[in-house]
Ligand binder design. Structure first.
Ligand SMILES: C[S@@+](CC[C@H](N)C(=O)[O-])C[C@H]1O[C@@H](n2cnc3c(N)ncnc32)[C@H](O)[C@@H]1O
Length: 294
């Protein structure tokens, strides 16, 4: 079966519609929670499932992100990048290779096609940040800055909050910084370096983290280590998104273990993403019910 995020937009839409009754039951459970973050996530997911209308200013910001994506997809630029992390679900990199990275040739267009959050998920991110109204957001894995653009757009419209995003490769980080600046998001900061090198200083100097998107170094051990490292710096009601929890058996194992970890609070499985609402009471079975989000 294809990964949910590889479905065509139309097929994904049809699947979302046909699964609405089942999703509704889970949404009702989120609505009943007394944790504001869980309720806010329920609202944001409901909006995306029902393809709710954007306001004119939201639509303009979303269009600007998608125009930026279109420019990246049309680019003919190629460069050499350091490819950090697990590389692919079937790649068998050892820890040293994941952390040191491997130099590879890439095109901007291929990165925009293969690494960036697809429109549906970018817009889920936008709705979540609009609903949660976080103060400080952290992203592990900027790539060309598509998900960072969606978060920055939502923060701008919220009138509060800022984002720091970390990218290992300097050429990729440069393009992301330029893309964010072009859209007017000069307050979003892209820090270049390996997560493990950048995080200690960043975490010492920044305030409590309200919203975290972990979208790089998709490896079982690494994912759990980043969570452990970030946890002491999270705000009491922080929300953490783990991207690509079904990308590889290792990623799914990490998600299952995180679900049964009391420190992750209320956990929500959106298919592609796993969400942890820190500080909200864990309910039901350790493994949450899975949404059909397409
Ligand atoms: C899947 S892409 C991020 C996509 C982006 N969040 C989006 O949706 O538009 C993951 C990025 O994380 C970076 N990365 C992976 N492992 C890293 C590490 N250990 N340190 C720093 N960057 C890393 C890669 O260079 C890559 O650009």
């Amino acid at each position: 079966m294809p990964m949910p995020h590889l479905l065509s937009p139309f097929t994904a839409w049809v699947r979302r519609q046909s699964s609405l009754p089942r999703n509704k039951r889970i949404l009702d459970a989120l609505d009943r929670s007394d944790a504001p973050a869980v309720k806010a996530i329920g609202q944001a997911v409901r909006q995306r499932l029902t393809d709710a209308q954007w306001t004119a200013e939201e639509e303009a910001r979303i269009r600007a992100v998608e125009n930026y994506r279109a420019r990246l997809l049309a680019s003919t630029e190629t460069f050499e990048v350091v490819d950090y992390g697990a590389h692919g679900p079937d790649a068998d990199r050892n820890r040293n290779e994941m952390e040191t990275g491997i130099r590879v040739g890439r095109s901007v267009a291929a990165l925009a096609k293969g690494a960036a959050s697809p429109p549906f998920w970018g817009q889920c991110m936008f709705s979540l940040v609009r609903a949660l109204r976080p103060g400080l957001c952290l992203e592990l894995g900027t790539s060309l800055g598509i998900s960072a653009s969606y978060q920055s757009a939502a923060l701008k419209l919220n009138g509060k909050g800022r984002l720091i995003s970390i990218e290992g490769d300097p050429s990729i980080a440069r393009i992301a910084t330029a893309g964010l600046k072009e859209q007017g998001y000069t307050e979003t900061e892209v820090r270049c370096g390996r997560f493990m090198d950048v995080l200690p200083t960043l975490l010492r100097e920044c305030g409590p983290l309200d919203f975290i998107f972990i979208d790089g170094h998709h490896d079982h051990e690494a994912t759990k280590e980043y969570f452990d490292m970030l946890l002491p710096h999270m705000a009491p009601n922080a929300v953490v998104i783990f991207d690509d929890i079904r990308w590889s058996p290792g990623m799914f194992k990490a998600w299952e273990e995180l679900c049964s970890d009391p420190r992750t609070g209320y956990v929500i499985d959106l298919g592609r993403w796993g969400l942890a609402c820190i500080g909200a009471k864990k309910v039901g079975p350790a493994m949450p019910e899975k949404f059909e989000l397409g």
